[in-house]
Design a protein around this ligand. Structure first.
Ligand SMILES: [Zn+2]
Length: 309
């Protein structure tokens, strides 16, 4: 079985967190910190998908609409026994001071004060960020320690990144550029993959995130994206997917296929870690109304518009 590496990630705060936004004199839109954090987090997730066995679990609400408490984030990361915790943020504290011939701001990478395992992760991600064009500002201590809740209370190595200051004349134009966020997310994912010893998927296996509209249904194992076929086949073979109509017995959206694939990987992972774990019994998978999950379908409509992002 392929090696799995699970990263618990959150995009810091949520959309509605009061106060956390760019200073108006540098950004008339007063862009919220969550928006910038989420851009970095999404780039991280997309890059992770290019590696074998690199699983990212968002332990916040990835839509940003609801607040997930720090306690909830940590509890979830610990419950899934994540291998690493990563939290992208943007900083404040310069308060608009603009010193001549200085760069007020820059990236700060944190791990908790007592951790012995996290500093090497912190340094790897910081160094990769700078190499990818991250802001090297005038912070005296860019590789720092602080007992942020998610760093102190998680059982796995954890790093909280501040990707620039929202109240710095120097940083704001840079952190508002979506290309900067993307480079930072990719750099972090590559640094994590390198430390975890993960390999990029062969090019033919690195599929685009979604080739159809989110609502489009997939019918049959051949129709399903390559990444999901093993999971679908296993579920059909054991009768868990027992829709009538033979080959056309599945009827699922891309996200449903992703969920099944992830669940199957996780089941394998658990059984590999804990060979004496209890068997999964049929009564655990019999969901009332579950027949609705699988049903024969009409063939997909022709000329489906292609969605590339
Ligand atoms: Zn923050």
């Amino acid at each position: 079985m392929e090696k799995l590496f699970i990263v618990a990630a959150d995009a810091g705060h949520y959309m509605g967190t009061p106060g956390k936004r760019c200073m108006q004199k540098y950004d008339p839109n007063k862009t919220r910190e969550w928006v910038l954090n989420d851009r970095v987090a999404r780039a991280f997730q997309e890059r992770a998908a290019a590696y074998e066995g690199f699983i990212v679990v968002r332990v916040d609400d990835p839509t940003g609409r609801t607040e997930t408490t720090l306690q909830e984030r940590v509890a979830l990361a610990n419950a899934i026994e994540a291998d690493f915790y990563w939290s992208p943020h943007h900083n404040a504290g310069i308060n608009g001071t603009d010193r001549q011939n200085r760069h007020d701001g820059g990236i700060v990478a944190y791990c908790s004060k007592g951790s012995t395992r996290s500093p090497e992760w912190r340094d790897a991600i910081y160094d990769a960020s700078i190499a990818a064009g991250g802001i090297r500002g005038d912070r005296t201590e860019p590789k720092a320690r602080a007992d942020w809740y998610v760093c102190r209370n998680t059982n796995m190595p954890a790093v909280l990144m501040e990707y620039g200051f929202m109240d710095s004349a120097d940083d704001v134009p840079i952190i508002l550029d979506p290309d900067y966020s993307k480079r930072m997310g990719i750099a972090a994912a590559d640094a994590v993959a390198k430390k975890a010893g993960l390999k990029l998927k062969p090019a033919e296996k690195a599929e685009l995130p979604c080739l159809r509209s989110p609502e489009q249904r997939y019918v049959g194992i051949v129709d399903a994206p390559e990444f999901s076929r093993a999971a679908i086949g296993t579920l059909m073979a054991c009768g868990a997917l027992n829709g009538t109509g033979g080959e056309k017995g599945i009827d699922m959206t891309y996200d449903m296929l992703r969920i099944l694939t992830i669940m199957m990987r996780y089941v394998k992972h658990i059984h590999e870690l804990k060979p004496d774990a209890p068997e999964i019994h049929d009564d655990l998978v019999e969901i009332p109304g579950g027949d609705d999950i699988v049903r024969p379908v009409e063939p997909p409509a022709p000329n489906v518009p292609t969605v590339t992002e």
